[in-house]
Design a protein around this ligand. Structure first.
Ligand code: PMP
Length: 326
């Protein structure tokens, strides 16, 4: 089965949001001279919203964390932020109300494209929000290949923030391994240790517990890995962030990739090495999804109610900011 991220991008939703205004998706335009195009200058976030088990409340996971990371990414690239957190969340509600259907969840892509300015002078970023519906059922386990392409060093192209330019290398890695029949690629860092997959971080599990590389190994500062760490604590599973050698990856008992859209997707095989499917990562995945569906509440994993469905089936946007942000 294809990666869930690529499936979402095949959709053509009717609406997008440009600086807070609803615009027909097909009419969203960026000028060819914009630095977003000439210098790959855009930073973005992918946020996932879930229907609860009862199907009447749709909530977005950890929007504040995404807003803060977007601000950090923008600050690093000297892109001014022209919208508050409240406006950011209100935008998700406006678009979500248009695109949400009862039988599918929604994944939002909030991208800050540099549309004006030149080499850091007069920089203006436009916030464009798109959203794509997502299947509710579990993705199949994936088969990965380790790419010969490496993650750029922090001093070359920082990977802990989320910039579109980072995905140029990831795209090469993915093309390389797709030709070999794999679903997705793992990129190593300059030291030859595990950095991340093309759109998700890597977790392994063995007798020592569950481990994932820290951001200093060349991966995005993943909000999902943080959330999974909290679920591990709740379940009493040992979890640590530490460097992972290639041989450790290939000889681990279990492997998974973690990201907002991938959730925790189990890995079946990497380069011919096989992984167990029904161990602690499967348990961790199940508990994470229970939290996402509102069946359990865990401190530090905010689910912000964004849209509720009324008795007559109508969707009403009316989001409630968590107490900490009021
Ligand atoms: N690494 C990369 C390259 C990604 O694109 C993503 C998805 N955003 C992740 C890791 C996982 O990050 P998060 O859990 O914050 O979605």
């Amino acid at each position: 089965m294809a990666h869930t991220a690529s499936l979402s991008q095949l959709q053509n939703p009717p609406w997008a949001l440009v600086n807070g205004e609803l615009v027909p998706y097909q009419d969203v335009k960026i000028h060819i001279s914009a630095e977003a195009l000439t210098r790959a200058l855009s930073v973005f976030e992918g946020l996932k919203g879930y229907w609860n088990t009862e199907g009447d409340v749709f909530s977005v996971r950890t929007p504040r964390r995404h807003y803060d990371r977007l601000c950090r990414s923008a600050a690093l690239f000297h892109i001014p932020i022209r919208f508050s957190y409240e406006e950011f969340v209100a935008g998700l509600a406006t678009l979500g109300e248009r695109l949400l259907v009862p039988e599918r969840d929604l994944w939002f892509r909030t991208t800050l494209y540099v549309t004006e300015g030149h080499w850091g002078e007069g920089t203006v970023g436009d916030l464009i929000v798109t959203a794509f519906t997502q299947q509710k059922h579990d993705p199949d386990p994936m088969r990965l290949g380790v790419s010969t392409w490496r993650r750029a060093a922090d001093v070359a192209l920082p990977t802990r923030v989320k910039s579109s330019a980072n995905y140029v290398g990831a795209r090469l890695a993915r093309i390389e391994v797709r030709r070999l029949g794999y679903d997705d690629a793992i990129l190593l860092n300059e030291g030859g240790r595990v950095a991340e997959a093309t759109g998700a971080c890597v977790l392994i599990a063995d007798n020592n517990g569950i481990a994932s590389p820290p951001t200093s190994e060349g991966c995005l500062d993943s909000i999902t890995v943080d959330a999974l760490g909290k679920v591990c604590r709740e379940l009493g599973l040992p979890f640590e962030r530490r460097p992972i050698d290639r041989t450790e990856l290939l000889t681990a008992d279990e492997c998974g990739v973690a990201g907002t859209i991938s959730e925790l997707t189990l890995i079946d095989e990497i380069d011919g090495y096989r992984y167990r499917q029904n161990g602690v990562l499967a348990r961790l995945r199940q508990r994470y999804l229970e939290v996402m569906r509102g069946e359990a509440v865990l401190a530090g994993i905010d689910l912000m109610p964004l849209i509720t469905r009324t008795g007559n089936g109508r969707a009403d946007a009316g989001y409630a900011l968590p107490a900490t942000t009021r």
